[in-house]
Design a protein around this ligand. Structure first.
Ligand code: ZN
Length: 192
């Protein structure tokens, strides 16, 4: 009969977690709350960082989550990101089509303002949503990896792995955009 190793008792102040209110990594207090005064319930995940070491820094903006929410989201347990953004992209595309090809000198002013206004609104909404994914992406990835507190992967290694998605998501976005523009210029005018 073997003896089980003693359970690791970690002090809260020797861990960092992700605080939803700070939208950042924070050191826990001895009471396990956020060092900036937020309750323990909204500080997720745990990585061992001794009390005398600096809190590791996450990058501010996740460019993979920003450019390609459908792919990045699906690979990070957030399929909903794609379900929100994909229809918006298609809707924006059809709005821009109307604004470019559906408007001419005979179009009443009210209709013109409506089409342009709607296009600008959808574009703003879409970009705002993508920016939100970019701003929250690193936190989501961190909570996903360190959420149960069992991983001892160093942060540098975690970030190196996460940044692989940059090499997939960013080129994919521009390839898609290039295809859309090519279609627009080469084929769309003939179908109208
Ligand atoms: Zn906080």
């Amino acid at each position: 009969m073997g003896t089980a190793p003693p359970p690791v008792i970690r002090r809260p102040q020797d861990t960092v977690g992700f605080c939803m209110a700070c939208n950042d990594l924070v050191r826990r207090t001895p009471q396990a709350t956020c060092e900036h005064g937020h309750p323990a319930e909204i500080v997720y995940g745990a990585l061992d960082v001794a009390a005398d070491e600096a809190v590791p820094q996450l990058p501010r903006f996740n460019w993979a989550a920003f450019f390609m929410p459908p792919i990045w989201g699906a690979s990070h347990g957030a399929v909903v990101a794609g379900l929100i953004v994909l229809p918006l992209w298609l809707f924006l595309d059809s709005n821009v089509q109307s604004a470019v090809y559906g408007i001419d000198a005979q179009t009443p002013l009210g209709t013109r303002i409506g089409v342009y206004g709607m296009t600008a609104l959808i574009a703003l909404l879409t970009i705002a949503l993508m920016v939100w994914f970019g701003r929250t992406g690193w936190g989501l990835a961190w909570r996903r990896h360190y959420g149960d507190g069992d991983s001892d992967m160093p942060m540098a290694e975690f970030m190196r792995r996460e940044k692989r998605w940059y090499w997939i998501c960013i080129p994919f976005f521009f390839a898609l955009l290039g295809l859309a523009i090519y279609y627009w210029i080469a084929f769309l005018p003939q179908t109208l």
